[in-house]
Ligand binder design. Sequence first.
Ligand code: ADP
Ligand code: ADP
Length: 225
Amino acid sequence: MVAISLKNIYKIYDKKVTAVSDFNLEIEDKEFIVFVGPSGCGKSTTLRMIAGLEDISKGSFTMDGHLMNDVAPKNRHIAMVFQNYALYPHLSVYDNMAFGLKLRKMPKKDIKVRIDKAANILGLTEYLERKPRELSGGQRQRVALGRAIVREAKLFLMDEPLSNLDAKLRVQMRAEISKIHQELNTTMIYVTHDQTEAMTMATRIVIMKDGIIQQVGTPEHVYEN
Ligand code: ADP
Ligand code: ADP
């Protein structure tokens, strides 16, 4: 089933910079899509349009047949993980993970159930009382993942989530993210400039250049040609 449809999407910044041009992609439920390409090719812009953090200049974005272009970010059932973690420094790990759910007025005991589950998946159970500055880089990125997981969103967006980590940790976190994708049975769109990440994680790869899709296919297909 086609869950997400992006049709003839354009992003034009300030009426002059065409960051994304005639982007067309249909994504099925449970896919792990990776956008790959050099810096400045429009990956992040595309992701931000899907999240609702940027307006779509032209074209249509639908989820399960509903037009999403004008839906507010908090009503999109989409969770996003950023490169710089974007944690609240004054809040504990628990409260960082709870933040989005409190915003949506979820009852406290339901919040706790979700956080306990996410902390368990991510190995954060012992760290719930700590502040972000008391954590390692890998633990911080796990908190950022946890904050997305507890949303139980239909779609996960990840914008270069591992690029601030050292090589060894990147390999480990790649495996963890793949595990999360399987355990949560969810759809992911993941942005990276790292071909190895794309090859090891994706069910389908979208190669972009200068705001245009160059190629779409399975890792085997894309890197064979
Ligand atoms: P990537 O994520 O692939 O590195 P981006 O989507 O960040 O690429 O950027 C695509 C293009 O859009 C680049 O030319 C970039 O300079 C431009 N761009 C990105 N954000 C803005 C913005 N807020 N205002 C103007 N131009 C932007
Ligand atoms: P508020 O911000 O409204 O005061 P709290 O942050 O005190 O809410 O959290 C309310 C409930 O969430 C608590 O009663 C507790 O069950 C749970 N909770 C909060 N912090 C933690 C934590 N660090 N570890 C486990 N459970 C927590």
